[in-house]
Design a protein. Structure first.
Length: 223
């Protein structure tokens, strides 16, 4: 899988590594294709691989006792997931499903641990990235706890805009944005509530919506 070495340069987990380190990682990669709606792994399952999104999108989600889905994140091209279970050897903490057909690069646990032991610089870089993810998780807990529903909806869209949106002079455009149900799942509210909050944001000039395209105006946000 040496041909995927260049793809690793765009992956945040490995972006600060040198050519030799990227080459070492590329040799332990495999690739698999998952189709829309396919379960990649589920909560409680043994974790034995790290996944990198070569193309397509997946969602990270949980289900409550009544079967309601809560979307924790959407991961697109060059994103990664599954790293925690490789390190702590505990079961998977969430479900991962393909939102659309996607190709995933896969690193197996045994190969991954040997790579870390043989390359201290890779280990240090991964620790830094994981620390950054922990800070993001803390921020998410904070806005879920302290923002009202309208603020949570806007913050969720702004976070998506920062990751996959196109930034213009005074606004951010999200093409093929999340559905109202996906927004509701991520923000802990109903779809009807999301609809009302989005209508309010449109009236305030913070957001405009055209089908699944969202345009955000960050300078006019209200939180």
């Amino acid at each position: 899988m040496r041909k995927y070495a260049d793809n690793l340069r765009s992956v945040h987990l490995f972006s600060n590594l040198g050519d030799n380190e990227l080459d070492a990682i590329s040799w332990i990669l495999s690739m698999n294709t998952y189709h829309r709606g396919q379960l990649i792994f589920q909560e409680g399952e043994e974790g034995n691989a790290l996944f990198i999104v070569l193309n397509g999108k997946v969602k990270v989600c949980l289900y409550d006792e009544e079967g309601r889905e809560y979307v924790l994140d959407v991961i697109g091209k060059d994103g990664f997931f599954g790293e925690l279970a490789l390190i702590d050897e505990l079961p998977r903490s969430a479900n991962i499903l393909a939102i659309e057909t996607c190709d995933l690069l896969i690193i197996r646990r045994n190969d991954f641990m040997k790579l870390l032991m043989d390359n201290p610089s890779i280990s240090i870089n991964i620790l830094k990235v994981l620390a950054g993810r922990l800070r993001v998780a803390d921020e998410r807990i904070k806005w879920l706890a302290f923002l009202n529903v309208e603020g949570r909806v806007l913050k969720y869209l702004l976070d998506i805009g920062e990751k996959v949106g196109v930034r213009m002079k005074d606004h951010i455009i999200i093409e093929k944005g999340p559905t109202q149900i996906e927004i509701a799942n991520a923000c802990g509210c109903s779809r009807e509530t999301v609809s009302r909050m989005m209508t309010s944001l449109v009236k305030k000039g913070v957001l405009s919506v055209r089908r699944k395209q969202y345009t955000l105006y960050p300078e006019t946000r209200t939180f």
